[in-house]
Design a protein around this ligand. Structure first.
Ligand code: ADP
Ligand code: AMP
Length: 217
């Protein structure tokens, strides 16, 4: 099963992907996480990506597409994957179809987690991430048991440099202008399914999991 998890920044894609990956035994592929690792390692690609990420802009399609193509070709993706934060443009969606065609895989569903902008701003500016394992928390809505310490690995939590109010507003505008057109792309292919993301994390999860079970048969 290959699932595209869509929705604006802060909708809860990463949070849901973590739970869905465990439930359905699928590799979780987050392009944002891949870029953040490359930035941390100081690779050439990481340095290039950082220029865009710091401004809240999208990393150019040719860089992102190459990375996803390489990742999907790995053996753990032979039965599918959970794509989180990719595709983000119609060009990326078209390229994904080509890559999957070569790998003899099909998209099972494009699930969008929907949340209003005001709530997205609250979620993003209060987000904290584990430096070691990448687990996501929120200072109010999903706090760790011990302040600033990851429940899973005891790593230190930090605030992403692009989770500031100005960058968040830019990322939301880019989502509206560049990413929303892929909704129609997947609607036309009868793959689109949206869920109300403005509910408790577990309620959103139950809805998405039920949809995935229904299409898996
Ligand atoms: P995305 O991957 O879509 O950018 P995240 O999964 O990182 O979003 O979630 C953004 C922030 O909102 C995080 O701080 C997370 O803990 C919090 N969050 C996620 N889902 C919910 C929810 N259903 N209710 C409240 N807060 C949530
Ligand atoms: P995310 O972790 O999904 O919020 O992504 C963080 C940042 O990484 C984005 O603001 C972009 O700069 C970059 N990024 C992640 N995924 C993509 C993508 N599919 N296309 C272009 N840029 C991306």
């Amino acid at each position: 099963m290959l699932v595209v998890l869509m929705g604006p920044p802060g909708a809860g894609k990463g949070t849901q992907a973590e739970k869905l990956a465990a439930e359905f035994a699928l590799p979780h592929i987050s392009t944002g996480d891949i870029f953040r690792s490359a930035v941390k390692e100081g690779t050439g690609m990481g340095k290039k990506a950082k220029e865009y990420m710091d401004k809240g802009e999208l990393v150019p399609d040719e860089i992102v597409i190459g990375i996803v193509k390489e990742r999907l070709a790995k053996s753990d993706c032979s039965d599918g994957a959970l794509l989180d934060g990719f595709p983000r443009t119609v060009e990326q969606a078209q390229a994904l179809d080509e890559v999957l065609g070569d790998l003899k895989l099909n998209i099972s569903a494009a699930v969008s987690v929907d949340v209003q902008e005001e709530e997205l701003i609250n979620r993003l500016t209060g987000r904290r991430v584990c430096r070691s394992c990448g687990a996501t928390y929120h200072i109010k809505f999903n706090p760790p048991k011990v302040r600033n310490i990851c429940d899973h690995c005891s790593g230190e939590l930090y605030q992403r440099s692009d989770d500031t109010i100005d960058t968040v507003k830019e990322r939301l505008a880019i989502y509206r202008n560049q990413t929303m057109p892929i909704i129609e792309y997947y609607e036309q292919k009868n793959l689109f399914h949206s869920v109300d993301g403005a509910r408790a994390i577990d309620d959103v999860f139950v809805d998405i999991a039920a949809h995935l079970r229904s299409i898996r048969g």
